[in-house]
Ligand binder design. Structure first.
Ligand code: TXA
Ligand code: MG
Length: 339
């Protein structure tokens, strides 16, 4: 574990700050150091993807299991193709439709990608992120950047620089602050090395949108074997410290009765609601996220981080609708709630 190194948190608010941050981040990445960077989904913990020693520092800093492969971020189609041994027609079509954006394509690994990045496997996850800082940084580095979410393994992903700092202050040299991430949950991951292609992790680019491009040639979740290939699919993941339950209620009395039945419901309870907003529950903090999937995704992780900071013992999240645009949110909530 790397400990007690000075961590700089560098702003990007003005053009001058933005350019200085790009230069500083690129300088450190070229030296094999780790830099926490903003993307449109969540903050990432980046290293030069072509430098196995640098990538090994990601596993160490995150306490990440060695069997969990890391997504490679590119800035452009040419760089994406260089990471893959094979560039199928479907990759071309999906990239044309959704890149740059929150979609990761799993492809067969090109020899330039170190095996450490792919956890020894034959495939590599590639994503062209739609964030101005990340794009400028990858271009400045001239190499793809390996970056998992910038959280300790299994915990809630960070959507602000402050979330990253909570876990990595003193452990990495540089955190770039570009404000809150506009998407707020991790990218959709789709495996194009199997036929038919398979959805490994739902994201805000949802199945209906993918189907429009893949022309019905999809998908279904994998079987248990797949779990090892993509640990983001492990039942418990994306977890706050507090216990999380997903409930639905008719009205405030109904919710009060359900809260009373929570095992050992002592200590702070924090309710996250979007539809039936309780007003007067004693000793319970209620926060409201708009009933809109994009807004909900953008706000969710910040709420979970805040619950942990405030020492919540239980987090109660109101059930979300069973509709394609809510599926990724439902997936993350289910994993966060898993015992
Ligand atoms: O939005 C995102 O994808 C963020 C930002 C930083 O880009 N990254 C991210 O990385 O969420 P991470 O490592 O926290 O989650 C990546 C997921 C993991 O579940 C991993 O197992 C899976 O993608 N993955 C990566 N490469 C893979 C591969 N070659 N085959 C199967 N799954 C892969
Ligand atoms: Mg992650």
């Amino acid at each position: 574990m790397i400990a007690n190194i000075p961590t700089r948190i560098q702003p990007t608010d003005t053009p001058e700050q933005f350019n200085a941050a790009v230069l500083e981040a690129a300088r450190r990445l070229r030296r094999g150091e780790l830099v926490a960077v903003p993307t449109e989904t969540v903050y990432g913990l980046a290293a030069n993807a072509l430098d196995a020693e640098a990538v090994s520092r990601i596993y160490e800093a995150k306490d990440r299991p060695a069997h969990n492969p890391i997504i490679v971020h590119v800035a452009g189609l040419e760089m994406a193709r260089q990471c893959a041994a094979d560039w199928p027609r479907l990759a071309e079509d999906l990239a044309a439709a959704f890149w740059p954006g929150p979609l990761t394509l799993v492809l067969s690994r090109a020899p330039i990608i170190p095996e450490l990045v792919t956890a020894g496997g034959p495939t590599v996850g590639v994503r062209w992120p739609n964030h101005p800082f990340m794009q400028a940084l990858i271009q400045a580095c001239g190499v793809p950047l390996a970056a998992p979410s910038a959280n300790l393994s299994g915990r809630v992903s960070p959507t602000t620089a402050a979330h990253v700092a909570k876990e990595f202050l003193g452990r990495i040299p540089l955190i770039i602050d570009a404000g809150p991430c506009p998407v707020g949950i991790e990218s959709t991951v789709i495996d194009l090395t199997v036929s038919p292609p398979r959805l490994l992790r739902p994201g805000m680019i949802h199945v209906e949108s993918l189907l429009a491009v893949t022309k019905g040639l999809l998908l279904g979740f994998g079987d248990s074997e797949e779990i090892l290939r993509s640990p983001g699919r492990l039942p418990r993941h994306y977890s706050p410290r507090a216990r999380l339950v997903i409930l639905s209620w008719q009205d405030e009395n109904d919710l009060r009765a359900q809260l009373a039945r929570l095992p050992a419901a002592v200590g702070r309870v924090h309710v996250i609601a979007h539809h039936r907003i309780p007003a007067g529950l004693a000793g319970v903090r209620v926060s409201l996220i708009p009933h809109d999937p994009e807004a909900f995704a953008r706000a969710l992780y910040a709420e979970l981080h805040r619950c942990d900071e405030e020492g919540a013992v239980w987090i109660v999240v109101e059930t979300v609708p069973d509709a394609p645009e809510w599926h990724a949110i439902a997936d993350r909530l289910r994993r966060a709630a898993a015992p």
